[in-house]
Each structure stands twice: as structure tokens, then as C-alpha cells.
Design a protein around this ligand. Structure first.
Ligand code: KG4
Ligand code: ZN
Length: 352
């Protein structure tokens, strides 16, 4: 390769084993992953022990493939960035220890990446000149968090879900509708042929002034709606119910994100994380920001769902801020991101 300096990113926080190489200027040289969907599908959710075992089986190969596809040698790396939380403890342990050993053996610094910062950094990969100040919405299986950011790697939490995450609402809704696993993409697919106005579902917290979210009431509304249908026997097509339920989630996400963008008078709005792959959310955001003086960034689908390129990208942000991990850094399954300056476990590294 042309000897550009690069960071190797490793991600094993849940059910994707992933490795990627990203250069200083945001070039993704490789981005490979092994998705465990088929391993967990028959259980209807991720089984932690199976996830760890599969990470262990696949990690070495994936890192090797990522380095090979990037045409990269160990001396081309300036650091190795690994997700250390939040996520499943056993799954995180595999990636963190593998990355730690690689970094130690290659004598490069280790960067412990908060998975949420990974999702946030995917906006940089999608749009290298992403303007700041900006509002960023992380919508994934475990998070619905709204941030304000003035510079890369530094995020202030404005609001978050008080109960379920948007991805959970999609997954649980899909399960109730018998749409299979993983639920979010299945519901998205079915809803494309349905009418979003067929059934009215509540828009929780939409009328409240703040920027917090709540989705558990919506899930309960769907449950009661389906129970009533069983009794009455007159059911609209599943596509209509799915489209209407999806519309309620999308409405809340779009309106709260825009409310934040307007009240903070920002230049950029990014929506990242697995749920940002939702086709209706993407269409509605594009439509509703068309008239605004706002740069909207929604990363391509493969950068929305979990991947290692975003971890390498966040690795660059941390590296530039001098935030390197110590060798005794541990996994942090409940790691939060409220203010980046409050991050723990980040200390200077000693290579000897
Ligand atoms: O970011 P991600 O891959 O993993 C976590 O960090 O959680 O997000 C996974 C979540 C799941 O809840 C999944 O159902 C949802 O993102 N998701 C979607 C779509 N694709 C993934 N939800 C709605 N529509 C989609 N197209
Ligand atoms: Zn994620």
C-alpha cells in the first residue's frame, strides 16, 4: 500500500465479529464482518455464550482478512482501536484481549473505544467535512441518545430514552407481528407495502418539551391493539399495522431530532446506528430537512449497523485527542456516554 498511516479497528460487542482498517483521512481500506444472525435466529435473540464462542472462532481470520484486503502490514498501523463497552461482557472480552495482545506484540498504542462513539464517528466516514456544531442521534438496539457536538470525539448528551431503545421497539414489535428475527429489518421490509395511516398508535413524549424519548408505551399499545383484534376478528393486513407502528417510532425520532437541531441552531444533523438503516426514517428525514439550512448525514447502511470501520474512525478521534488506553483496561459492559470528558479508564500508555 501507499504507506498511509492507518488504525485497525476491532468490534465484538454483540453479535458481529468485525475488523477494519481506516486511514488518517477517513479512507476505509477494508471493513469485514461475520454476522451471527443465523446462530441466534432460532432463539429469537442473541445468546451471550454462543456469541462469545463464535467471536473466538472468527476473530483471528477476520483481522487477517482486514489487514490483507487493506494491503497493510503491522508497521503501517499507528494504533489498534477496540470496543471495550457497552455490550455483552463475554463478547467484549474476546475483542479487547485480542486487540490488546496484537497492540502489545506490534508495539503500537491501544485505544479503548466506546461503542457509541463508534456509531457517532460513522458520520465522519460518511461525510468527511461533516459540519459542526451538530446534533447527532444514535438509534440502535440498546440506545436512543441525542447529542450535541462541537468537535470530533466530544459529545454532550441532550436526551435519551427513559425505557426501551428505538431498536428494541422495532424488534419487539416485529416479534409481536410474527415477522421473525432480526426484527427491525423485517418490519421495515413488510411496512413498505402498508399504509402508515391505517392505525393510529401513540407518539410517546412527543408533546413534552424535553428531548428524552420513551418507547415502552408504544409497544404496549401494539400488544393491546393485537389482543383486541383477536377478539373482534377483523384484522387489517399486517403490512398496514407494521407501517403504522413504524410511523409512530419514526415520527418521534424525526421531530425530536429536528427540534434539537433548531433550538441549538446547528449546521449539521447526523442520524447513526442500526435503526438509521430504516428506509422510512431515511425518507422522512430527507424530506423534512430539504427546506432547512442543515447538512443531513445518514451513513450508508453497512456503516449504520455494527461494523469495525466506525470503531477505527472513533479510534482516530481518540488518538488525535491523545486518549490512549492503559494495558490493564478492562471491558465495561455498562459503559455510558454522557459527556466525553467524563470517560473513565483512559490513561496514558506505556509501551515498555
Ligand atoms: O447498531 P446496531 O447494529 O447494534 C447495536 O448497537 O444495538 O443496531 C441494531 C438494531 C436492532 O434493534 C435492529 O433491529 C435495528 O438496529 N435495525 C433496524 C433496521 N436495521 C437494523 N431497525 C429498523 N429498520 C431497519 N432497517
Ligand atoms: Zn451498535
Amino acid at each position: 500500500m501507499k504507506r498511509a498511516k492507518a488504525i485497525l479497528g476491532i468490534e465484538t460487542s454483540c453479535d458481529e465479529t468485525a475488523a477494519a482498517v481506516v486511514t488518517d483521512d477517513g479512507h476505509v481500506l477494508s471493513n469485514v464482518l461475520d454476522s451471527q444472525g443465523s446462530v441466534h435466529a432460532r432463539f429469537g435473540g442473541v445468546v451471550p455464550e454462543l456469541a462469545s464462542r463464535r467471536h473466538l472462532e472468527r476473530i483471528e481470520d477476520l483481522v487477517h482478512i482486514a489487514m490483507q484486503q487493506a494491503d497493510c502490514t503491522w508497521t503501517d498501523l499507528v494504533a489498534i482501536a477496540v470496543t471495550h463497552g457497552p455490550g455483552l461482557a463475554g463478547a467484549l472480552l474476546v475483542g479487547l484481549n485480542f486487540g490488546k495482545a496484537l497492540a502489545y506484540a506490534s508495539r503500537v498504542p491501544l485505544i479503548a473505544v466506546n461503542h457509541l462513539k463508534g456509531h457517532l464517528a460513522s458520520a465522519w466516514l460518511a461525510h468527511l467535512d461533516f459540519p459542526r456544531p451538530a446534533i447527532m442521534l444514535v438509534v440502535s438496539g440498546g440506545h436512543t441518545h441525542l447529542y450535541y457536538t462541537e468537535r470530533a470525539g466530544q459529545y454532550d448528551l441532550l436526551g435519551k430514552t427513559v425505557d426501551d431503545a428505538a431498536g428494541e421497539a422495532f424488534d419487539k414489535g416485529a416479534k409481536m407481528l410474527g415477522l421473525g428475527y432480526p426484527g427491525g429489518p423485517a418490519l421495515d421490509r413488510v411496512a413498505r407495502t402498508g399504509s402508515p395511516a391505517a392505525v393510529h398508535f401513540p407518539r410517546p413524549f412527543l408533546k413534552q418539551k424535553g428531548l428524552d424519548f420513551s418507547f415502552s408505551g408504544l409497544k404496549t399499545a401494539l400488544l393491546y391493539y393485537l389482543r383486541n383484534l383477536e377478539r373482534s376478528g377483523a384484522a387489517p393486513p399486517v403490512a398496514d399495522i407494521a407501517a403504522s407502528y413504524q410511523e409512530a417510532i419514526v415520527d418521534v425520532l424525526v421531530q425530536k431530532a429536528l427540534r434539537a437541531a433548531r433550538s441549538y441552531a446547528v449546521k449539521g444533523l447526523a442520524v447513526v446506528g442500526g435503526v438509521a438503516a430504516n428506509s422510512r426514517l431515511r425518507t422522512r428525514l430527507a424530506e423534512q430537512t430539504a427546506q432547512e439550512d442543515l447538512c443531513l448525514v445518514m451513513p450508508p447502511l453497512h456503516l449504520c449497523t455494527d461494523n469495525a470501520a466506525m470503531i477505527a474512525a472513533a479510534g482516530w478521534e481518540e488518538f488525535r485527542l491523545g486518549r490512549l488506553a492503559s494495558w490493564d483496561v478492562d471491558v465495561a459492559p455498562n459503559l455510558a456516554l454522557s459527556r466525553s470528558s467524563q470517560d473513565s479508564e483512559i490513561t496514558s500508555i506505556a509501551l515498555d
